[in-house]
Every structure is written in structure tokens, then in C-alpha cells.
Design a protein around this ligand. Structure first.
Ligand code: SF4
Length: 92
């Protein structure tokens, strides 16, 4: 249904005849780490994420997987080789 709370006019799965079914009754605003992401919607009610109703959760453990302003968050290797693979490589 179409949202009638903070993302007014936008189609949303959480919207129902009884109002927003999301935790708290509406989407939560973006967090500081979302700034710069192309998924941010700037609305008269504030800045919200196009995809997630509670952006803070997406940043609780590592980077948001849908963020457009940060590199892919595949583990915490920082581009370094997996030590196991590296040792195998050395053995050859
Ligand atoms: S996609 Fe992730 S980083 Fe971008 S606005 Fe949404 S929650 Fe924030």
C-alpha cells in the first residue's frame, strides 16, 4: 500500500489499512553513516532510506550492504589475502 506516514505517496510493504505495521509505526530516519548514499530519500518529513525502514540496523554490524557510497563490505580483510590461501600460494 501507499505510505501515509513519513514516506507519503510511496508504495510500501509495511503499509496496511490500519497504518504502518513497521516497528514504531513509521520508518526511522537515516543515520550519519548513510549520508552520501544514493538510496537516501530527502522528504519534507526528513531523510529516509529507500530500501530499509530502519537504517541504523544496517550499520550495527559492519557496513550497510546496500550503501552506494562505501565499498562492498565482504568481511574485514581490507583487501588483504586470506592467510590460508596465502600460505598455500607460498607452498607452490
Ligand atoms: S542503503 Fe544503507 S547506507 Fe544507504 S541510506 Fe539505506 S541504510 Fe543507509
Amino acid at each position: 500500500m501507499v505510505c501515509t506516514t513519513v514516506k507519503e505517496g510511496i508504495e510500501c510493504l509495511f503499509m496496511s489499512n490500519k497504518g504502518c505495521r513497521f516497528n514504531g509505526g513509521s520508518c526511522h530516519a537515516i543515520v550519519e553513516k548513510c549520508e552520501g548514499c544514493q538510496k537516501v530519500l530527502e522528504l519534507p518529513t526528513g531523510n529516509y532510506c529507500q530500501v530499509f525502514p530502519d537504517p541504523a540496523i544496517k550499520w550495527r554490524v559492519g557496513n550497510c550492504n546496500m550503501a552506494t557510497h562505501v565499498k562492498a563490505s565482504s568481511g574485514n580483510r581490507n583487501g588483504k589475502l586470506n592467510p590460508l590461501k596465502a600460505s598455500k600460494r607460498r607452498a607452490h
